[in-house]
Structures are given as C-alpha cells and as structure tokens.
Design a protein around this ligand. Structure first.
Ligand code: GAR
Length: 213
C-alpha cells in the first residue's frame, strides 16, 4: 500500500510509521512526505530513510483550494492509496478530501469529540478531566470530526502539565497509529456513516486502555 504523509513539525508519528514498516509490522511504502513547513524536523527523517519530500508553502498559492489541489495532485501522481496526517496543523481543504474520501487519517491528542483543534492536551489539563488519550480518525471537512477508528486512554494526574500529559499520550499515539494503518492496509476498516467497524476484529481492537502509565 502506498502511503503519503503530511506533517508540519517534529514528525515522531511519521517516525513510528517508518519504524513499523522497517520492523515488518506494516506492509506499506511511504511514497512522499509533504510539509507546509520548511523547518519541519520530519524532513530530516524523510531524508534519513530516502523518502522523497516536498515543501509547499500555502502563501505561494492563489487560494486555499489551489494549495489542496496541488497536494492532491502530488499524491495522485505517486499512486497514493492512503493519506496520513502526522501532526499536520491545518484543516484539510475540500479538494484533498474529495480526492481521497475515507482515505485520509489523522491522529489527535485527545479523546474526541472532547478537545478538538489545537493543544488538545492543554485543553484536557485545564478542564480537569481525569482521563484523556488519543484518537485516530478518518478526516472529513470538519475539525477533528470524522469517523473514529481507534482510541487509547491514559490517566490525567492532578500535577500533570501540558508537557507531562503530552508525553504520556504520545507513547500511545505511536502504538495506535501504525495499528490503524495496518488495519486499513488489510482492507479491514468498514465505514458505515460515523461508525467504523473492523472486519474480523475483536472488541479490544477499537480501544486501548492502559492504566499502567
Ligand atoms: C501529536 O501529538 C499529534 O497528535 C498532534 O500533534 C503532535 C505531532 O507530533 N496533532 C494535532 O494536534 C492535530 N490537531 P509529531 O510531529 O511528533 O508526530
């Protein structure tokens, strides 16, 4: 399966996917990294593993549509079958969603629909929830609103900061994202409206609760 990755920053989720492929846990090829940030550390990761990368600055495009049209074209040219958002800090535009319906995944650092948008971990700390986590979902035109594939939960402690909670959540992000991609690559994700079913899956495949953190 050909994967195209979109990332804006550090790219640790991008790295987790690279690692899963290299370890033989995921049968896929990353055909391109596309970034909107010329200083993204994800670019260094791509170079290290010989993955082609493209930097596209939205300011160079006449409109938001034109920016996403170009991304869709770059992905199509490389026969991309799944688009993976790995810390891509923009709301995906219509042309890209239309080009890859139910073929774009995102990971969000909160238990959606709680705390969408930026700084999901800080929102959870500030709100005082006792449990948070991360969510892999298909992308639709809303902000973090698409059908949920897998979620994982972690405790939130009274002395947590955005940083400590982010670190605890990130460990699970790196587990569930490659897992969701693997299920997709095996053709096992069935989308029925908002509901995603895992063909041949166990109940446990959908959620991870890890009280040991
Ligand atoms: C991750 O925590 C991811 O869940 C979050 O950004 C971080 C990217 O880290 N994404 C969002 O907040 C999207 N709304 P990474 O660049 O090391 O993968």
């Amino acid at each position: 399966m050909n994967i195209g990755v979109l990332a804006s920053g550090r790219g640790s989720n991008f790295q987790a996917i690279i690692d899963a492929i290299r370890e033989g846990k995921l049968s896929a090829k990353i055909v391109v990294l596309i970034t909107d940030n010329p200083r993204a550390f994800a670019i260094e990761r791509a170079c290290k593993y010989g993955i082609p990368h493209i930097v596209l600055n939205p300011a160079d495009f006449a409109s938001r549509e034109a920016f996403y049209d170009r991304i869709a074209a770059e992905l199509r040219d490389r026969r991309t079958e799944l688009v993976v958002l790995a810390g891509f800090m923009r709301i995906v535009g219509r042309p890209l969603i239309a080009a890859f319906p139910n073929r774009i995944m995102n990971i969000h650092p909160a238990l959606l629909p709680a705390f969408p948008g930026l700084h999901g971990q800080k929102q959870a700390v500030d709100y005082g929830v006792k449990i948070s986590g991360c969510t892999v979902h298909f992308v639709d035109e809303g902000m973090d609103t698409g059908p949920i594939i897998i979620q994982a939960a972690v405790p939130v402690y009274h002395d947590d900061t955005e940083e400590t909670l982010s670190e605890r959540i990130l460990k699970l992000e790196h587990k569930i994202y490659p897992e969701a991609i693997r299920l997709f690559s095996e053709g096992r994700l069935e989308v029925h409206g908002r509901i995603v079913r895992i063909a041949g899956g166990e109940r446990e495949d959908f959620s991870v609760v890890n009280p040991s953190f």
